[in-house]
Write a protein that binds this ligand. Structure first.
Ligand code: SF4
Length: 63
């Protein structure tokens, strides 16, 4: 599984980092970036939860 963040759509709310810090981190521009590719199997549920809860739909998941 791979996660992606659309930089144009991310509003920097940090929710994904709160939900799944193993995969998401804020960069110096306060935009979320993916720090774990592929997503570690033990946090796949959390990565999906981040995708589902991102307020702008900036996160996409590829199985
Ligand atoms: S939850 Fe979505 S909008 Fe918020 S920081 Fe993460 S990718 Fe950006």
């Amino acid at each position: 599984m791979k996660a992606k963040v659309d930089r144009e759509t991310c509003i920097g709310c940090e929710l994904c980092v709160t939900i799944c810090p193993e995969v998401f981190e804020m960069d110096e521009e306060q935009i979320a970036i993916v720090i774990a590719t592929p997503v570690p199997s033990d946090v796949e549920d959390e990565a999906r939860e981040a995708e589902e809860n991102c307020p702008t739909g900036a996160i996409s998941i590829e199985e």
